[in-house]
Design a protein around this ligand. Structure first.
Ligand code: NDP
Length: 322
């Protein structure tokens, strides 16, 4: 089978096409014939070594497809079922192994590619809006990279929960997409300092919460956009990791709360994974959640897909099709 492998960390060119034997599912695993793998920003952290994995490895945490074989001890899953997962490593391949406990079944109303597209970014948007800082009607939230993969989904979910959404985007085209997704206000943060503008838009008060996925370049201004006792949710490093921060900074900027969440802790149990995925799927089926697929790349062009994502030129999901 064909797979992408990384033998040394570095730029997109380290993503190399390889031929290898089909993997045999071990205890608790299934083998999935991958219809589509999702590209996520975390794949670039794995590729560069910002998040370390033992070498060599096949990147990609997210895929959807059909179960082709089940390993010893697996119950409740059968060959031929359409499934998706956002946990595991090795999705950039024709065949991938996934832990059975981390699978979700795709309902008939959800197309396989859309299933791959919504898993990791959708589950993330879901836990941020429902659990990390549960949004209530009337709350004001700021969303960085509001036209990105997580961004477009988070804007829609936050807006549906009744929050006022201030989206931050890097271009006018992205601003239009964020508005169409439900953002009440959009700021192009490559053109104007956003903290001052957020204050203006909130009568000097500041936002209740900032969901910041950009990291190094936005962290400080995100803190400055918050109301006293507001919550800073730093959940990504697209521009680089955030430097260390003194607790006294949080005190001087208004007794702020700071959290650095990660998806694994919000889908730790099978029940929580099933709840969040089920909610996303039923909203997709009801036409309440639009999953925008920006581009699809064949497996052998995985490096090109990474280049595009890192150059800030994508809006929504990028898929890799084996
Ligand atoms: P996106 O589709 O959002 O792509 C990244 C976007 O970040 C770009 O399009 C760009 O949007 C913005 N950006 C700002 N500065 C930079 C920069 N210097 N270089 C590159 N991009 C920049 O990616 P994802 O939806 O896959 O992920 C978004 C973020 O969420 C990532 O940081 C990711 O690590 C994080 N994440 C965290 C999870 C968690 O549980 N903690 C789970 C999933 C994702 P613009 O031009 O509009 O600024």
């Amino acid at each position: 089978m064909r797979t992408i492998q990384i033998h040394e960390t570095g730029g997109p060119d380290v993503l190399q096409l390889h031929e290898s034997a089909p993997p045999e599912p071990g205890p608790g695993q299934v083998r999935v014939r991958v219809a589509a793998a999702g590209l996520n920003y975390i794949d670039t952290y794995h590729r560069t070594g910002l998040y370390k994995l033992p070498l060599p490895f096949t990147p990609g945490l997210e895929c959807a497809g059909t179960i082709e074989a089940v390993g010893p001890g697996v119950t409740g899953w059968s060959v031929g079922e359409r499934v998706a997962t956002a946990s595991g490593i090795g999705a950039y391949a024709e065949l991938a192994l996934a832990p059975a406990a981390r699978l979700v079944r795709l309902p008939a109303a959800v197309d396989t590619k859309l299933g791959a597209a919504v898993m990791l970014q959708g589950l993330t948007a879901h836990y941020l809006a429902y659990s990390t800082y549960p949004l209530k009607p009337g709350a004001t939230c700021v969303v960085t990279a509001a036209a990105g993969g997580v961004g477009l989904l988070l804007v829609q979910i936050a807006s549906r929960l009744g929050a006022r959404v201030i989206g931050l985007c890097g271009s006018e085209a992205k601003a239009s997409l964020a508005r169409a997704a439900g953002a009440d206000e959009v700021i192009n943060y490559t053109r104007e300092p956003f903290a001052a503008r957020v204050r203006e838009l909130t009568n000097g008060m500041g936002a209740d919460v900032v969901y910041d996925s950009v990291g190094a370049t936005t962290f400080e201004a995100s803190l400055d956009s918050l109301r006293p006792r507001g919550m800073m949710v730093s959940f990504g490093n697209a521009s680089g990791p955030v430097p260390s921060v003194s607790p006294l900074t949080l005190s001087s900027k208004g007794s702020l709360f700071l959290t650095r969440p990660t998806l694994a802790h919000y889908i730790a149990s099978e029940e929580e994974l099933a709840w969040r995925a089920g909610d996303l799927f039923s909203r997709m089926a009801a036409g309440e959640l639009d999953v925008r697929i920006d581009r699809e790349f064949p497996l052998h062009e995985a490096a090109e897909a990474h280049r595009l994502l890192e150059s800030r030129q994508t809006s929504g999901k990028v898929l890799i099709i084996p």
